[in-house]
Design a protein around this ligand. Structure first.
Ligand code: F6R
Length: 241
């Protein structure tokens, strides 16, 4: 596990964008696993700007997002599909047919999970998987649990996650209670993993996940077992390391 500790959110975002761009430029075509949330927004802004300047092209990039809320359509402004369009896909030269987000509003959620996992397997798994880190150690929506879920599945969100994500909704009552997420097994099959975390609020979980014991009670701790993980932090998130 390699740590890159940067001075600010902007520097963390720049560093993460550089790693993603190096992957795209060195390894075309390229399959990227992507995350939503507050942390990667700055990274996506750098990718958009660099694509505009011709430093990187998404023409040969295929993407799979980690997760999506159940019950929300891609057009819902609260959906992760909408987030990805608004923060990245609408502003880079990617073929939208090559962007994939779990189907949150399908009539058969189990079937949607199976189809999503199969599509990722058919794509040869991820070359590079970008991850944010939940306050409780979740990655994707893999919440603390008794074991590590293997493949894409439906998950019931914990109160802590509902609480953390309610800032993006009108109220906590509006946060969907279920989501579809890649499994820990899906994530671990990526050839490279890039974790981003910033702010003092993430300092304790960064320490617990990456220096503590590997346990499904802290899902991100499993990343200690992956052979190629880069963790990019700002000083605050790294302050307990
Ligand atoms: C989002 C996702 C989540 C977030 C995590 C951190 O697709 O998979 O695991 O990465 O909740 O969210 P932020 O970045 O908002 O702190």
């Amino acid at each position: 596990m390699r740590f890159i500790i940067t001075d600010s959110y902007e520097a963390m975002s720049r560093s993460a964008a550089d790693i993603i761009e190096a992957q795209i430029n060195e390894d075309s075509p390229c399959t990227l696993g992507l995350a939503t949330g507050s942390t990667p927004i700055g990274t996506y802004q750098f990718l958009v700007e660099d694509c505009r300047q011709g430093k990187v092209s998404f023409a040969n990039v295929e993407t799979y997002n980690l997760d999506e809320y159940c019950g929300l359509s891609p057009e819902s402004p609260d959906s992760y599909h909408y987030f990805m369009n608004a923060n990245l896909f609408d502003f880079v030269d990617i073929d939208k047919a090559n962007t994939h987000v779990p189907e949150g509003d399908g009539s058969d959620a189990e079937a949607s999970c199976e189809a999503y996992e199969q599509a990722i397997e058919d794509a040869g798994w991820m070359d590079l998987q970008l991850l944010g880190l939940g306050n409780n150690g979740h990655i994707g929506f893999n919440e603390p649990a008794a074991d590590f879920p293997v493949s894409t599945h439906i998950v019931r969100l914990t109160e802590s996650t509902i609480d953390a994500n309610s800032r993006l909704f009108e109220s906590a009552d509006d946060v969907p209670r279920e989501a579809i997420t890649m499994g820990i097994g899906t994530i671990m099959k990526a050839r490279k993993i890039l974790v981003v975390a910033n702010g003092v609020g993430k300092a304790a979980i960064v320490k617990e996940a990456f220096l503590g014991p590997v346990t499904p009670e802290v899902p991100a701790s499993v990343l200690q077992l992956h052979p190629d993980v880069t963790v990019v932090l700002d000083r605050e998130a790294a302050s307990q390391l």
